[in-house]
Design a protein around this ligand. Structure first.
Ligand SMILES: [Fe+2]
Length: 248
């Protein structure tokens, strides 16, 4: 069992049979993350709820998923690797990219059994793969919450065209990574192709083929989510992207 700095057990209890009140989740989140992260989380949750409401989606679920999405973000790498065993060599090399999957594991151990919420939490780092609108709300809120200072256009578009905003966010990420020669995470490609199948993105054969040619196990691009709009390349900074960002 690991302890927080407040000596609170992180996941001592088996799954609870009854839904956990939001206030209790809020308390747990506050104990799990640094104060600046907590402020980000509150903004993401609020924005996810706003986006959901604007699109006639379950706003309570979007809020809860937003509240929980970064619950594992400040855990040590060793704990992330234990909670979310790597699927690729790059997951092993960049454990922070696992914090979405690790969060899901934690939440399941804590008794969260809402599959919609769990999926949104798990996929917030790589992109929604199933077309879940709640997951889309959380993903977009994460990359465009006002505290990031970027992606205002995506935030505004999401209020009237959720799928269009998601397509813009995912395609920007894929193009950004590809332009820098950073392989795209397979889960992100899955989200990208899902948007293509649903007609939200054009087939773009050359791009797809180029991405596929990189192989099935790809380097995780440690893209700062706040950089979706700032795709200006800066020479010599490629390695600098492989830092402590957990969005891939
Ligand atoms: Fe995150």
């Amino acid at each position: 069992m690991i302890q927080t700095r407040f000596q609170t057990p992180l996941y001592p209890a088996p799954a609870q049979p009854t839904p956990t009140p939001v206030a209790e989740w809020l308390g747990r989140v506050r104990l799990m993350v640094k104060s600046r992260r907590f402020e980000h989380i509150l903004r993401v949750a609020a924005l996810a709820r706003q986006i959901a409401h604007a699109n006639a989606i379950d706003a309570d679920r979007a809020y809860l998923a937003g509240l929980l999405h970064d619950i594992a973000r400040d855990l040590p790498d060793a704990e992330l690797l234990r909670l979310a065993p790597p699927e690729t060599p790059v997951d092993q090399a960049h454990p922070l990219a696992l914090h979405g999957r690790a969060a899901r594991t934690l939440l399941e151990r804590w008794g969260c059994c809402d599959l919609v919420v769990l999926e949104a939490v798990e996929d917030h780092t790589t992109g929604p793969r199933s077309g879940s609108p709640v997951a889309a709300c959380v993903y977009i809120a994460d990359v465009s919450e006002p505290g990031r200072g970027v992606n205002e256009n995506i935030r505004e578009l999401a209020m009237v065209d959720l799928e269009g905003a998601l397509a813009q966010a995912i395609s920007s990420k894929v193009q950004y990574l590809r332009a820098r020669g950073i392989p795209v995470h397979p889960r992100t490609l899955e989200a990208y192709r899902g948007l293509q199948r649903r007609g939200a993105l054009p087939p773009e054969q050359p791009l797809t083929q180029a991405l596929m040619s990189q192989g099935s196990v790809l380097q995780t691009g440690q893209l700062q989510t706040g950089q979706l709009q700032t795709t200006k390349l800066q020479a010599g900074q490629r390695r600098g992207d492989q830092t402590r960002s957990g969005s891939v």
